[in-house]
Every structure is written in structure tokens, then in C-alpha cells.
Ligand binder design. Structure first.
Ligand code: PEP
Length: 250
């Protein structure tokens, strides 16, 4: 069965609620592709506004992080049930900025992924190598480790619904994109890793995005690759250009 493409924006720490409302309104008439699942990953404070603003469209909302406990004395954190109640469907987890600046480990990411499934949320788990790791020739070893730890305890049925975003750190926000062949090589490697952990059905079902300076100019080539099922888009998700990526096949 063909996998549906999934194009997700990662707004990062951009957009006040009023700006978010305006951006969604700008994108509304442009983002309109029935062949693609579209997701806006937005700051926590924007979630309610954006959920309201996308009503009546096929756009879903993602949180950019979530804590792995149910509730309680975790000042500043956000519980899975809060996201569900607010109308969130996806959670971006383990972004390299969270791993790099906030010390998130693959073990933390694993706990969060398991919690997502308990609450019916779909995780978008980010993984990716640094430039140094690529130059050392350990890209696939590193990513296989991130995937294997991230998916500890996840069942095959759960994994089938998950999303993995391959984001080489050296390509994020730098304007340097992995070539379509480089991106395909790693996305294919991730699918092979999932096949080893589970089975070919699971590997064929899971969706794997590429992220890292994806834009209107390079998205067609990347999205044409057999193992690239979508994109996680940072900078370009804050502009009307995002709609061009969503409409990549038009
Ligand atoms: C990201 O942060 O997930 C990302 C891919 O950013 P950019 O598109 O700006 O490189």
C-alpha cells in the first residue's frame, strides 16, 4: 500500500498567538492538497489558537515537545492529556535542538514516544547526525542507535503509525540540504532498521520524512525518492512557500 506523504511545519520558537492566527489565515487558501497529510508544529502557547484557526481544513496540529509524566510537580512541562484535550494529534520529539540545547537523550525520547501511544498521539521522532559524525563515517550507526533506543517497547502496530524525521544536523537552518541521494540513503537505512526490529510490513507502513533546509526549490526531488514520505520544514514553514511544498505534486 502506498504511504501517504506527510508534510509538517516546525515553527520552532516563532510566532506569537496573534502572528500564528495571521499565518494560518495566509496559508489557508494555499495549503490545499488532498493527497498529503499536513501538520503545523507550533509552540505550546499557540496550540489553542492554531487548533481553532485550522478548523474545517485537513490540517492537524503538532506540539513541539511533551513531558512523559501524566501530571504533577513538573513546573513548566506539558502533559500528554493536556495536548489531547487541546486538539493536538502529533508531537515532534527529539528534535536536534532539544537534544543539543536542552540535553534530551534518546532514553527521554523513548519515554515520550511510549506516552504518546498511550494517549493516542502520533510521535514524529527526529534523528540525525552531526557533520563530524558524517565525516567519521558513522552516520548510519548513530541513527540506528537513535531509532533503536527511541522505539524500545513500541509495538509493531504502534510503530506502523509513527513518523520518523531524518534531519541531518548540518542541514538544519543552514541552507545546506542533503542531496536527494544522501537523504534517500539514510531514509532507506532507517526503513531497513525498522524491518530488522519488527518486520517488513511495519517497515513498509512507517512514514519517514526528510528535514533540513527543505524548500520549494528542492522538495520535488527529495519527495520523489521512494523512501522519503514527506518533510519536516523549519524556516520555510513560516512563509507562503510552505504551501508550495505541500502542493509539490501539483
Ligand atoms: C527543522 O528544524 O526541523 C528544520 C528542518 O529546519 P529548516 O527547514 O529551517 O532547516
Amino acid at each position: 500500500m502506498a504511504r501517504r506523504k506527510i508534510i509538517a511545519g516546525n515553527w520552532k520558537m516563532n510566532m506569537t498567538p496573534s502572528e500564528a492566527k495571521e499565518l494560518v489565515a495566509t496559508l489557508k487558501p494555499l495549503v490545499n492538497n488532498p493527497d498529503v497529510d499536513v501538520v503545523y508544529g507550533v509552540p505550546a502557547v499557540d496550540i489553542t489558537t492554531v487548533v481553532e484557526a485550522v478548523k474545517g481544513t485537513n490540517v492537524q496540529v503538532a506540539a513541539e515537545n511533551m513531558y512523559f509524566e501524566e501530571k504533577g510537580a513538573y513546573t513548566g512541562e506539558i502533559a500528554p492529556a493536556m495536548l489531547v484535550d487541546a486538539g493536538v494529534k502529533y508531537v515532534i520529539l527529539g528534535h536536534s535542538e532539544r537534544r543539543g540545547y536542552f540535553g534530551e537523550t534518546s532514553e527521554d525520547v523513548n519515554k515520550k514516544i511510549l506516552k504518546c501511544f498511550e494517549h493516542g498521539l502520533t510521535p514524529i521522532m527526529c534523528c540525525g547526525e552531526s557533520l563530524e559524525q558524517r565525516e567519521q563515517g558513522i552516520t548510519m550507526d548513530w541513527i540506528r542507535m537513535q531509532v533503536k533506543i527511541g522505539f524500545q517497547g513500541v509495538t509493531a502496530d504502534q510503530a506502523k503509525t509513527a513518523v520518523i524525521a531524518y534531519e541531518p544536523i548540518w542541514a538544519i537552518g543552514t541552507g545546506k540540504t542533503a542531496t536527494a541521494d544522501q537523504a534517500e540513503e539514510v531514509c532507506k537505512g532507517i526503513r531497513e532498521c525498522i524491518a530488522e526490529m519488527y518486520d517488513t510490513d511495519t517497515a513498509e507502513a512507517i512514514r519517514i520524512q526528510y528535514g533540513g533546509s527543505m524548500k520549494a526549490a528542492n522538495c520535488k526531488e527529495l519527495l520523489a525518492k521512494p523512501d522519503i514520505d514527506g518533510g519536516l520544514i523549519g524556516g520555510a514553514s513560516l512563509k507562503p512557500e510552505f504551501a508550495e511544498i505541500v502542493n509539490y505534486n501539483k
